[in-house]
Ligand binder design. Structure first.
Ligand code: MG
Length: 339
């Protein structure tokens, strides 16, 4: 059973699930109470004399540094770019702060920097400021990265968890669980018939396409730690609605399904790095799906559920034989240091 009170911080406090949200609610939110944090968005949307920017930050501690389909450098750019995109902003400027462990091979550092450079070019962001710190051998783990990002909200869109309402359709932009399973197979030395590659990818192009095509978006959430289940629970709780999803409609690759079965994991809780849920009103659902599917990374996008007005902000999952159960937020820690 998960214990609600802890004297010390556990790995699970950084897992994106219940304990992390408890920590935020008990220590962080009450200390820094303001209207930006209250929205529980992926970034802060700030109005500066009529122009709106999105501002966000994220730290990257993934282990191993390189994995099938990506590396810490790619994650550090795409993760922050994606949080800006979730606010409806075009990502523009990024900071790069590194905490390097003494002894890290220069070649490894160069490879990570090269990867950051490539990811920045793909997403059209500039690395405009940064910091470099080195800690003693044994006091870090190769390299940790923090990036903060600023994006510009160019159109009068209002994308926010609080906008989610009764009747909204929930769209996912592709199959779930690949990032978590890719990391786990490398770390645990598991060999499957075919290598599972991370879904690590930028979402900004897809979001910009939706906005440029005037698709009415109520809310966006990128699915990272805690997987689809935790992302949906965050939105249900922030918008005070019930979300009902149909398990049979969620795209999952055979490789991920098989690996999850062997390890006893539920793919709905496994981490992603290039997946998002899009909340749209019925009037704009077809158009949204068509625009999303134009992206190579989102060919298997699908409608997976619906929002219902309710007094209880819960997520329900309906399985293949029609049985409905509660899909709770991740409790405990499935796999630490995943991003
Ligand atoms: Mg996010």
């Amino acid at each position: 059973m998960p214990i609600a009170e802890h004297k010390n911080v556990l790995l699970a406090h950084g897992g994106g699930g219940k304990l992390m949200h408890q920590l935020l609610k008990k220590i962080i939110f009450p200390s820094f109470h303001n209207r930006y944090l209250e929205q529980q968005h992926d970034g802060a949307v700030i109005d500066i004399n009529g122009s709106r920017i999105a501002f966000t930050t994220d730290s990257y501690v993934v282990s191993p540094l390189f994995f099938p389909g990506g590396d810490i450098g790619k994650l550090a750019v795409y993760g922050t770019v994606n949080d800006l995109a979730m606010c409806g902003a075009r990502p523009r400027w990024i900071s790069l702060a590194t905490i390097i462990e003494e002894g890290l091979p220069m070649e490894t550092l160069s490879k990570v920097v090269e990867s950051i450079k490539e990811a920045a070019a793909i997403t059209g962001v500039e690395i405009v400021t940064g910091d470099t710190k080195v800690v003693d051998k044994g006091k870090g783990d190769g390299i940790f990265i923090n990036t903060a990002g600023i994006g510009i909200i160019e159109k009068p869109v209002n994308i926010n968890p609080q906008n989610v309402c009764d009747g909204d359709n929930v769209i996912i932009n592709g199959d779930v669980g690949r990032h978590g399973m890719a990391i786990m197979s490398v770390r645990e030395g598991l060999e499957f018939e075919s290598t599972i590659t991370s879904d690590c990818a930028p979402l900004s192009h897809t979001v910009m396409n939706l906005i440029e095509n005037d698709v009415k978006i109520h809310c966006l959430r990128d699915l990272t730690r805690g997987g689809l289940a935790s992302g949906l629970n965050e939105i249900a709780s922030a918008s005070n609605n019930q979300i009902e999803i149909d398990e049979t409609l969620i795209p999952i690759s055979d490789e991920v399904k098989g690996a999850c079965e062997i390890l006893g994991l539920d793919p709905l809780y496994v981490a992603n790095e290039g997946r998002m849920v899009i909340f749209v009103p019925p009037s704009d659902t077809d158009k949204a799906l068509e625009v999303i599917k134009r992206d190579e990374n989102s060919k298997s996008a699908a409608i997976i559920g619906k929002v219902k007005k309710s007094d209880q902000p819960i997520v329900l999952r309906k399985n293949s034989i029609g049985i409905t159960r509660i899909l709770d937020m991740l409790s405990g820690e499935q796999l630490p240091r995943i991003c």
